[in-house]
Write a protein that binds this ligand. Sequence first.
Ligand SMILES: [Zn+2]
Length: 100
Amino acid sequence: MGGHEIEVKRSKRIPSTDEDALETKIGEARDSEKDILLATHSCFGKLSESYMAQTFLHEIMHHVASIYLQRAVSEKVIGGLSEGLFQVLRTNKLDFSGKE
Ligand SMILES: [Zn+2]
C-alpha cells in the first residue's frame, strides 16, 4: 500500500495495550510495524466472518488514511466509511477481480 508492504497477522486475541480497556480489541493497524493485527475471537467467542471482514476493511482504511491523508481522519470517519463501504460491497456482491 503506497509502496509499503503491509503484513496481516491473525491470532485468537490481540494483546491489549490499555489495561483499562473495557472491550476486547479485535483489530489494530500499526504504522510503525506496517502491519494489521486481526483477532479471530472476542471475549464473547469466535467472531463471524462478516465481522472479521469488516474489521479488516476498517484497519485497511487506517493505513490508507495514514499513507494518503497524513492521518487527518478521525476514528468516527474511519468507522463510518469502512462500515458503509463494507455494506455496499457485501449487498451488491461486488468483486473487482473480473472473475465470473
Ligand atoms: Zn479504528
